[in-house]
Design a protein around this ligand. Structure first.
Ligand code: IMP
Ligand code: MG
Length: 179
């Protein structure tokens, strides 16, 4: 539960997100055309809506798996220590893997996940993030595809939470504390 009172200011509308997801899906469709080994890996829990919308725009044979890395807990600051809370169910050796993340902030999470998955010898490994906060980066990593670059704001909605709340908002908004 959030411990400070806040309101949510609208930032990216559901319509704008849907249009961008369609564009991204077209690019991914082209990049992976012909592959019969695509496995789309969603990072729980923040990517669950993004991955659901994205895979439904793909006309490719696709498998879906999930991995959960430790998150912010109830704070708005990264812990910088990444732990795997739930691993993939399937093998990725020899597969084409697309990792789907909600936000790249400091970069610690995506970097950790990419390094881990590379040790399992996928054929290829690409990454996509709905949101990118480049001004917050502490590790030099960039997703292969990015939905939107955003400023240093704490955002919620479209799967993304603040202390587990607001994932169900259809749009992306920024948290503004009112205390
Ligand atoms: P990083 O390891 O600092 O790059 O953080 C990545 C993770 O932190 C993301 O997968 C999100 O779960 C979480 N995160 C980063 N920024 C925000 C935000 O603005 N709102 C909610 N969660 C965030
Ligand atoms: Mg996350």
């Amino acid at each position: 539960m959030p411990t400070r009172p806040y309101v949510i200011d609208r930032m990216i509308s559901a319509k704008t997100i849907a249009a961008r997801v369609e564009d991204l899906a077209r690019e991914i469709q082209t990049a992976f055309a012909g592959t019969e080994k695509l496995i789309v890996v969603g990072l729980l829990r923040g990517s669950f809506i993004f991955i659901a919308d994205l895979v439904r725009e793909l006309d490719l044979p696709v498998e879906v798996d999930f991995l959960e890395a430790s998150s912010y807990g109830d704070s708005t600051e990264s812990s910088r220590e990444v732990r795997i809370l739930k691993d993939l169910r399937g093998e990725i050796a020899g597969r084409d893997v697309l990792v789907v993340e909600d936000i790249v902030d400091t970069g610690y999470t995506l970097d950790h996940v990419v390094r881990l998955l590379k040790t399992r010898n996928p054929r290829t490994l690409k990454t996509i993030a709905l949101l990118d906060k480049p001004s917050r980066r502490e590790i030099d990593i960039r997703a292969d595809w990015i939905g939107f670059e955003i400023p240093d704001e704490f955002v919620v909605g479209y799967g993304i939470d603040f202390a587990q709340r607001n994932r169900n908002l259809p749009y992306i908004g920024k948290v503004r504390f009112t205390d």
